[in-house]
Design a binder for this molecule. Structure first.
Ligand code: FEO
Length: 172
């Protein structure tokens, strides 16, 4: 099966987006760890692992079709953050950007009548709905619980409970 050059480029670009997301979340996890936000730290380390599984899913899809995936260089992530709330807002923006990229790929697949890639991308479309909702819900907690030290400690516990392992959210 052949994929258009446009589709191949978009998939390779997506590999880079997922790799950068994985790195960004690891940087966030690390900052949370040294700042003492234990729950948020576990949450973002797990999130980083999850992004890596997303990246691998695309790498395997391309390689299995005989199209060598391009393993990209990653951007230097930010290492200094202002607050847990600002980190979560940055993460939501990142997810929204990833969603836009995935929707563009779906449009390419439709235009190409590339049914295989269209079906492959469905998992990602659904995943992005979940990811955006997850971050929106967490950001809401600051309005609901507050921003003082006790409130942040409470939100940190919520994040700990939300930390998923890739094994429980496996893209297969
Ligand atoms: Fe791989 Fe969170 O998008």
């Amino acid at each position: 099966m052949k994929l258009s050059k446009n589709m191949q480029n978009a998939l390779n670009n997506q590999i880079a987006l997922e790799a950068n997301a994985s790195n960004t979340y690891m940087a966030m996890a690390s900052w949370c760890e040294v700042t003492g936000y234990e729950g948020a730290s576990s949450f973002f380390y797990a999130q980083s692992d999850e992004e890596r599984t997303h990246m691998l899913k695309i790498v395997h899809y391309m390689n299995n079709l005989g199209i060598s995936a391009v393993i990209p260089a990653t951007k230097l992530p930010a290492t200094n953050f202002n607050s847990l709330e600002s980190i979560l807002k940055t993460a939501l923006k990142n997810e929204q950007m990833v969603t836009t990229a995935i929707h563009k790929m779906v449009e390419i697949a439709q235009k190409d009548k590339d049914h295989s890639t269209y079906a492959f991308l469905e998992w990602f479309v659904n995943e992005q709905v979940q990811e955006e909702t997850k971050f929106e819900t967490l950001i809401q907690k600051f309005e609901l619980i507050g921003r003082d030290k006790l409130a942040i400690n409470e939100i940190d516990k919520i994040l700990a409970a939300d930390a998923v392992t890739p094994a429980s959210d496996s893209p297969a």
